[in-house]
Write a new protein. Structure first.
Lengths: 301, 313
């Protein structure tokens, strides 16, 4: 097997590219889990929805408004998609998740599973399961960059850079600012935080909106790389669940680092033994469960 | 539950193929057993497995392979599938019970995905096509399960139906005995308050694992039955959709009730056959029922009825 350092590095870079998606999505799950105590099964579907906002905004919004030349461009989609999906998330939280707060946390998982089926089902009806290509990739991001060891697509480099910025930005806000301290306090003891006069229900709603907004943001980033299809979310979410089990949802930084590392490991596996690259994350999960059941960065739930 | 109700149910099952389309009845029995096996875990032990399709579908592949390629008789095929599911349940269960609550659900989902990958990539599973044309064969080498009898004006595959019905009753009986045994009481104690069960000296992990193995074995038996009825083992059987469906059946009928999963399976299987014309919209409808069920009647049909009658059903 020709395993030159070049091949390994380039696969690991491509793996890192997947890793940033795992990181953003598991970060969103961790933020939501922290305050709402639910596993947001609909996360994958909302990631898919984000990609479709970009796709439809680019190719269908113009004709719909009677201006065939109008395209919602990529940069606008990066802002609009998280807002649209975030608003949907807020609606979901206010009308449904809120009612389940006093019941077993498993009901939150079941409810969001049902929502995921609805969203995925609707898109399966109107769109091709094998996927559509997104044509709105900005010209600035076409072409490749010479990294010394490989020629790397400019767009993928941008995705890695902006995702890392978003992940660490979120980490900074939660761990280092006053707003973040309210959030962390709300995670530890919502009753006490309420007693200090902080509007905890509003905080929960906005947190959920922010968490799913992150998923939509990742969806827009993914649109030019992967084909946009109704099943892109469900394929992603199960892997991300494994990532979350490996990292543990207790720590923001933990979920970011685990996501990035697992993406790279997956890329590395492609060089060593390609058939295993689809399952390697699940196998690592098995090992972690045997060695450290609470997860790498986990506190016992 | 009283004796007359049991006898009535058995009589209903015996008479059903003369009234209802037998394949529909058999599909119902397979999924009802699947849901009851799942309920043993969720309803009586408080563990939400989101990967039960791995046992259902895995066993369906094993039975298909044993009967089709190895030429075993159907009852040995079902036995093989069930044992395989029990073994798989032991492996998955030992890992999953290391985590609790929602993590347990995610771990089982992810582990089931490994089984899905294997079914997709391995050669003996037939990949995307699955195992097709699984023969029903001769029960005990004697009774032809393909044989049709002319009843009324139409042909009826009664041998197969009664074979499936007997297996279903066996599964039902095992579950019923388990729930009403001292072992079942310990499971309920774990569901209600795990730390208390531990402090009473029960080895909670071992009980959970035993419940998991039993549940996955019975789910496997249901899958084995299904592969004989439809003569097909496919990727759908091991997919997360099927795992979700069994959760829905149980939730809809009533978690932790004896008859709930039966009622839930009946509802979902009926919906699927009545609404087969709507195509992919069925996913939307199933999702909608999920949402309504979680928001409005968490006890399910049978659970709500039991509350009205003020007795557990």
């Amino acid at each position: 097997m020709g395993m030159s350092i070049q091949t390994v590095l380039s696969q690991v870079m491509l793996g890192l590219n997947n890793g940033v998606f795992y990181a953003i999505l598991s970060l969103g799950l961790a933020v939501i889990f922290g305050l709402l105590n639910i596993v947001n099964f609909v996360h994958g579907a909302l990631y898919m929805l984000g990609a479709y906002v970009a796709l439809l905004g680019y190719s269908m919004l113009g004709p719909l408004l009677g201006k065939p030349d109008f395209h919602l461009n990529y940069w606008a989609a990066l802002i609009v998609a998280p807002l649209v999906v975030g608003a949907l998330g807020i609606a979901i939280e206010k009308t449904m998740l809120r009612r389940l707060r006093k019941f077993d946390h498993l009901y939150g998982l079941l409810l969001t599973f049902g929502l995921a089926l609805i969203i995925q089902g609707v898109f399966t009806n109107y769109f091709n399961v094998s996927g559509d290509a997104y044509d709105g990739k900005p010209e600035v991001l076409n072409g490749v960059v010479d990294l010394g060891f490989m020629m790397f697509p400019k767009y993928r480099l941008w995705v890695i850079a902006i995702s890392l910025a978003v992940c660490f930005g979120t980490w900074y806000v939660i761990e280092r600012t006053k707003l973040g301290s309210y959030l962390r306090a709300g995670t530890e003891n919502p009753e006490l935080v309420k007693a200090f006069g902080i509007n905890v229900p509003l905080m929960i709603t906005l947190t959920y909106g922010f968490g799913v907004g992150l998923a939509a943001f990742a969806g827009v980033l993914a649109a030019p790389i992967y084909s946009v299809s109704p099943v892109m979310g469900s394929e992603m979410i199960i892997t991300v669940f494994a990532v979350v089990v490996i990292g543990g949802m207790g720590s923001i930084m933990g979920s970011i680092v685990t996501g990035l590392l697992l993406g790279m490991v997956e890329g590395f596996t492609k060089v060593v033994y390609a058939p295993a690259s689809g399952t390697v994350i699940f196998l690592i999960m098995v090992v972690v469960l045997l060695v450290k059941p609470t997860g790498l960065f986990g506190r016992e739930a | 539950m009283n004796r007359f109700l049991w006898l009535a149910l058995i009589a209903l099952g015996l008479a059903a193929p003369f009234v209802v389309y037998p394949v529909f009845m058999m599909k119902l029995l397979c999924f009802a057993l699947f849901a009851m096996a799942f309920n043993l875990l969720l309803g009586y032990t408080g563990l939400l497995s989101f990967g039960h399709a791995a046992f259902f579908g895995g066993a369906s592949y094993v039975t298909g392979y044993l009967v089709k390629t190895s030429g075993l008789t159907p009852e040995l095929g079902v036995l093989g599938g069930t044992l395989f599911a029990a073994l798989l349940g032991y492996l998955v269960g030992s890992l999953a019970i290391r985590r609790q609550g929602i993590y347990f659900a995610m771990v089982t989902l992810a582990l089931a995905q490994i089984v899905y990958f294997v079914a997709l990539k391995a050669t003996f599973t037939g990949g995307e096509d699955g195992l097709q044309g699984i023969p029903r064969g001769l029960l005990f080498g004697l009774i032809d399960l393909n044989r049709h009898y002319t009843v009324g004006g139409g042909p009826l595959g009664l041998n197969l139906y009664y074979f499936i019905f007997v297996l279903f009753c066996l599964g039902f009986w095992i579950i019923h005995r388990t729930i009403h045994s001292p072992f079942g009481q310990v499971l309920k104690a774990i569901r209600e308050n795990e730390p208390r069960a531990i402090s009473l000296g029960y080895k909670v992990e071992r009980f959970k694992l035993m419940a998991f193995v039993l549940s996955s074995a019975l789910a496997g038996m249901a899958g084995s039955m299904k592969s004989l009825v439809f003569q097909l083992a496919s990727l759908t059987d091991v997919s997360w959709h099927t795992s979700g469906e069994v959760v829905l059946m149980t939730l809809l009928g009533g978690v932790g009730t004896v008859l709930g999963p039966l009622a839930g399976a009946f509802t979902v299987v009926t919906l699927q056959s009545k609404l087969s014309s709507v195509g992919p919209w069925i996913t939307v409808i199933i999702g909608g029922i999920f949402v309504i069920c979680v928001l409005v009647f968490r006890r399910g049909f049978v659970g709500e009825l039991g509350r009205l009658l003020r007795r557990p059903l």
